[in-house]
Design a protein around this ligand. Structure first.
Ligand code: FMN
Length: 351
């Protein structure tokens, strides 16, 4: 049993948000002591050309990224990089600061290796967060910004929120991830319609010249997912991030009444969507798969079905801080076993 697994029961005695605050504090401490960061970087590094890729003009030293929502305020960039992630998706950031939904708003479903969250885009807002990112940007690894609208912004003005964020981060990020798929901002998912997606991407491309990825919800009918993907790509998006959390409460025995589910219970849904999107995006646009990825086998499966990159959130909580290293080491063996000299050759190999 790993060291983390042996202390996990004690961490899990803490309420989720308190545990997250503790992680944040540990990151701040590590950030203060460069030798800790360099020790961690050396320990977690799985340096091998087989894992490296250049995607949409960005260099990735492995395919495992941190999914949005863990570092909402961009306070943990250097420590998270030292844990081996190849890219970090920061946010969700909204134009104005907002406190999110009332607590409690995050719960663990431990048996199911799942998290249910109803955070509601709690973050310090674009001004504060962009100033913080400015101190580090350009950074050693690609930094994406997950952008969302403020809760109080009426649907009719949503576009302006996204445009403001794109402008604020135009010179402070390597890519944007458009979040219209969170279940925790009222009516946000209603923006997942073809006409809004078209207008949004067209307008965003005018103010943001780097890659724009659209992050989709797993609860849409497959036909809608495919049509929204077409609309996004045909109007300038470079790819799709699939998926956000699910509202399918049948997946856990004792669901709370609000919030989206992530982790192992999302795996099947996210995999199915990856397979379908892999087919239509192959050689055309980038697919980033997220949802229920816990180990190298899970990550490899997504890659074989067309994902160039994968992201994790819940596995980081359940498997611990060294999960990226473990996944990368095992992924390297899987790629070598199958005779792939570079991971890019494995992308979509099963399609
Ligand atoms: C506590 C929590 C907060 C999240 N916040 C965001 C967010 O702000 N923006 C976003 O796009 N996704 C957010 N997500 C969704 C994750 O980025 C990811 O899409 C989802 O959790 C599925 O991946 P996983 O199964 O590896 O956790 C959040 C997830 C969790 C558990």
């Amino acid at each position: 049993m790993s060291y983390y697994k042996s202390i996990r029961p004690y961490i899990f005695k803490l309420d989720c948000e308190k545990a997250h605050t503790l992680a944040n504090i540990m990151c701040q401490i590590a950030d203060f002591f460069p030798p800790i960061l360099s020790y961690l970087s050396k320990k977690t590094e799985v340096e091998n050309k087989t894992l490296t890729q250049n995607i949409d003009g960005m260099q990735f030293h492995n395919p495992i990224g941190l999914a949005a929502g863990f570092d909402k305020n961009a306070t943990m960039i250097r420590p998270l990089c030292a844990l081996g992630f190849s890219h970090l998706e920061l946010g969700a950031v909204t134009p104005q600061p907002q406190s999110g939904n009332p607590k409690p708003r995050v719960w663990r479903h431990i048996q199911e290796e799942s998290i249910q969250n109803a955070m509601g885009f709690n973050n310090e807002g674009s001004l504060t967060i962009s100033k913080r990112v400015q101190k580090l940007y350009p950074f050693a690894i690609p930094l994406g910004i997950n952008i969302g609208k403020n809760k109080t912004t009426p649907e009719a003005d949503a576009l302006n929120d996204y445009l403001k964020l794109a402008k604020d981060f135009a010179n402070l990020s390597n890519y944007l991830s458009i979040n219209i798929s969170s279940p925790n901002t009222p009516n946000l998912r209603a923006l997942q319609n073809k006409s809004f997606v078209k207008e949004l991407i067209v307008e965003l491309c005018k103010v943001y010249q780097k890659p724009i990825y659209l992050k989709l919800a797993p609860d849409l009918p497959m036909q809608d997912i495919l049509e929204l993907t077409d609309e996004a790509i045909n109007n300038g998006a470079k790819g799709i991030i699939a998926t956000n959390t699910t509202l399918d409460y049948s997946l856990v025995p004792n669901p709370k009444e609000i919030g989206g589910l992530s982790g192992a219970v999302l795996k099947q849904k996210s995999l199915e969507i990856t397979k379908e999107l892999g087919k239509i995006l192959k050689n055309k646009a980038t697919l980033i798969s997220v949802g229920g990825i816990f180990n190298a086998k899970d990550a490899y499966e997504r890659i074989l079905y067309g994902a160039s990159l994968v992201q994790i959130y819940t596995a980081f909580i359940y498997e611990g801080p060294f999960v990226v290293q473990t996944i990368n080491q095992e992924l390297l063996s899987l790629l070598q076993q199958d005779g792939f000299d570079n991971i890019a050759l494995a992308v979509g190999a099963k399609l």
